[in-house]
Design a protein around this ligand. Structure first.
Ligand code: CMP
Length: 144
């Protein structure tokens, strides 16, 4: 179980826009340089049904349908990252949700194009990190 990693793991997704533009390697390089360790990684594609499930908390938002369509529009790379204070440090590394407000040098500042097509995801709490990791990976796919 990954529960004992609480506080030290986060789930990231390199989104379809960034994959399509060829940014997998530069993004992973930046993540590695920032001290994160990859303990699980896979290239996959979300069905509309899976994207709807993953983003269920946004169901009532106006952008929900468009978000589901975008996230199921092509391959993604989902990654479990390990580091002390992973959730907080990773959100600093990726920058604000809206790339227009993301600090210079952050992943979204460098690679994102819009509020929706914002290149990368990072869990927003330790609780959600565990939940999201288990959404994409089974225990035997995680190498602690
Ligand atoms: P993320 O925080 O990874 O997960 C939820 C996603 O919804 C977010 O990234 C954006 O891709 C998208 N999102 C959030 N707010 C908006 C918005 N106002 N309009 C369109 N998409 C949004």
């Amino acid at each position: 179980m990954i529960d004992y990693m609480f506080g030290n793991i986060t789930l990231s997704i390199i989104k379809p826009d960034a994959v399509q533009k060829g940014y997998i390697f530069p993004i992973l390089y930046k993540i590695g340089k920032a001290g994160f360790h990859i303990i699980a990684i896979k290239m996959t594609e979300l069905s509309k049904k899976s994207a709807t499930k993953f983003y269920a908390e946004h169901k009532k938002k106006l952008f929900f349908e468009s978000l589901v369509k975008f996230m199921s529009s092509g391959p993604i790379v989902s990654v479990i990252l390990k580091k002390e204070n992973a959730v907080k440090d990773f959100r600093i590394l990726i920058g604000e949700t809206n790339p227009a407000h993301a600090k210079k040098g952050t992943i979204r500042n460098l690679y994102a194009t819009s509020l929706e097509q914002n290149a990368i995801h990072g869990s927003d709490s330790n609780q959600n990190a565990i939940k999201e990791c288990l959404f994409y990976f089974s225990n035997r796919e995680i190498f602690l």
